[in-house]
Design a protein around this ligand. Structure first.
Ligand code: ZN
Length: 210
């Protein structure tokens, strides 16, 4: 598996570029910004992007999706429960003081039970509402790797005070992840350092609290 993790934009969202070493097919997850840097990595590895996956419709995760779609022709995938948030991108831009990215079109909704492929690589979509209503994670069972969006961070969880957020739902989502995935699972959060499910079960206050 080719896996490049690139922090993009002013909020340093972790964009993942995941590719099959044999077929060179790839998916890009959360291209929030800095699309030229993302494209440079795609070209460096000689990858063909098959899909653009958005873990949730916050501007720092979705802001560059249209530019990447224009450059690659790949469809944009997002859970339909975040469509309302997607219509608020101008307001979101104002909150954090960045230029509005313009309208983002979604090509397909993805949710629990869906499988996303890039060559021989396969990820299960897991709905994890709470940070936003339509938040999803991607789990690659063969590689035991979780792309967690803003649901689970090293030592913390995503904020729930923005529109569509729910503390009750995110707690359910992170407990479900912790109890269904192997301890060795590498977690790639939407921001900050990597961790593992085992480490979070031991040390994350939102998981150790009874
Ligand atoms: Zn977010």
């Amino acid at each position: 598996m080719i896996h490049e993790i690139l922090p993009v934009g002013p909020l340093q969202c972790n964009c993942s570029i995941i590719g099959d070493e044999t077929t060179r097919e790839a998916m890009v997850i959360d291209p929030g910004d800095d699309i030229d840097d993302i494209l440079a990595l795609i070209h460096k590895h000689n990858l063909q992007v098959k899909q653009i996956v958005i873990t949730h419709a916050h501007i720092d995760h979705v802001g560059g999706a249209m530019k990447l779609r224009a450059a690659t022709g790949a469809p944009i995938l997002l859970n339909e429960n975040d469509h309302a948030l997607l219509k608020m991108l101008d307001a979101q831009a104002a909150w954090i003081g960045v230029p509005p990215p313009g309208k983002v079109d979604i090509d397909r909704s993805v949710g629990s039970g869906d499988k996303l492929r890039a060559g021989s690589l396969e990820a299960n979509v897991i709905a994890t509402p709470g940070h936003t209503e339509g938040s999803i994670c991607l789990y690659f069972p063969t590689e035991q790797k979780l792309i967690a969006g803003d649901t689970l961070f090293a030592g913390s969880i995503g904020r729930t005070d923005l529109p569509g957020g729910s503390m009750q739902k995110i707690l359910r989502s992170v407990h479900d992840l912790a109890h269904s995935l192997p301890e060795n699972t590498i977690v790639v959060p939407g921001h900050g350092p990597l961790t593992t499910i085992g480490k979070e079960k031991e040390t994350n206050p939102f998981l150790t609290r009874k």
